[in-house]
Design a protein around this ligand. Structure first.
Ligand code: GLY
Length: 342
């Protein structure tokens, strides 16, 4: 087992990699309140701590709402839960985001931890202290910054994940390597086969290294006033594609990263050969690199996002493999580049 520590203003988080779900109570204390969904419960419920109360939420993005949070509050009230209780979310990114929000707002904050069950949630959603829900068509617009006390990543849980779901996680791992760790990027180039047949030790290494990038950035800029924006590399166009074309998050940000690399080359911050390395690694993993989604729907999704942030749209450029900078872009420029990728 390997561990990492993330220290933010809102608290410190212990991240355990390669720990078993069966040891959960070592970190949560006895009888945590589990928040999960039906799929995860069917698959891993036998390993949940005996005697723990379980709150199930609905499956998928449509349930990432305040209504779901209210249902959790009702169950917590019915259970007589107070600040001495610990909530543990066991599930993918949606379960972690919703449960984290409920735990940080119920009674102004309970103790909470995460057991992410997908590679994507292990390398992104569960780490960094962002908790929240969607509202009025805006993604993650209502939420809190608050660190979970612990994140327990059990690699055995990934064994049942479909290949497409593993690729989603690799998109975020590649992103973290591209913005902050050139050595990890080279390791991925040398060791990732198309089928992602990484040995367990190699998987543990890439998750550890990519979380080192993320947790060190978050420790320096927890509230995303500057440097943390780099973690949004590929996400401006990616989120719009996710919404407009209904692609899974990792696939959408793969296309977004290709566009961002092309723009970086155009602006002179990135060498052509380094952009080609990124595209070829994404392809090797089996992630899409060509534009998808109706032009008008993608533009509309981006315009909606832009309104949320004011006139200037922040945009992450690469300045080399393993190095990024934050600049600005217009919707028209981004749509222009995405047209060249069709
Ligand atoms: N997923 C981006 C962040 O945590 O800041």
């Amino acid at each position: 087992m390997r561990g990492l520590k993330l220290s933010g203003k809102s608290g410190a988080c212990r991240i355990m990699l390669g720990e078993s779900l069966s040891n959960l109570e070592k970190y949560s204390g006895p009888n945590p309140i589990i928040i999960t969904d039906a799929n995860v419960r069917a698959m891993h419920g036998a390993q949940f701590p005996k005697g723990s109360e379980v709150i199930e939420i609905g499956l998928g993005e449509p349930n990432k709402t305040l209504q779901t949070v209210m249902k959790i509050y009702e169950r917590l009230l019915a259970l007589g839960a107070d600040r001495s209780c610990t909530v543990v979310a066991i599930g993918g990114g949606i379960v972690c985001d919703v449960a984290g929000f409920a735990a940080t707002t119920y009674m102004r904050g309970m103790r909470f931890g995460f057991v992410p069950t997908t590679l994507l949630a292990q390398v992104d959603a569960s780490v960094g202290g962002k908790n929240g829900v969607n509202f009025n068509g805006y993604k993650n617009i209502v939420g809190t910054f608050s660190q979970p006390e612990f994140v327990l990543c059990d690699f055995e849980m990934l064994k049942t994940l479909p290949l497409r779901e593993m690729r989603n996680g690799f998109a975020e791992i590649i992103k973290q390597a591209a913005i902050g760790d050139a050595q990890l990027f080279s390791f991925l180039e040398e060791n990732c086969t198309h089928s992602l047949n990484l040995r367990r030790t190699a998987l543990e290494k890439v998750v550890y290294d990519s979380l080192t990038v993320k947790s060190s950035i978050v420790s320096r800029d927890e509230l995303e006033k500057g440097e943390r924006m780099k973690l949004n590399f590929g996400h401006t166009l990616g989120h719009a594609i996710e919404k407009a074309a209904g692609l899974p998050h990792g696939e959408a940000i793969s296309i977004g990263m290709v566009a961002a690399a092309r723009i970086s080359v155009k602006r002179g911050t990135l060498k052509e050969k380094d952009a080609a390395r990124l595209v070829s690694l994404l392809e090797k993993i089996g992630l899409p690199i060509k534009m998808q989604g109706e032009r008008s729907a993608v533009a509309e999704a981006m315009t909606k996002d832009k309104k949320k942030g004011g006139n200037a749209m922040r945009f992450v450029l690469l300045s080399g493999i393993g190095s990024a900078q934050v600049g600005e872009i217009t919707v028209d420029e981004l749509i222009g580049v995405s047209d060249d990728m069709r």
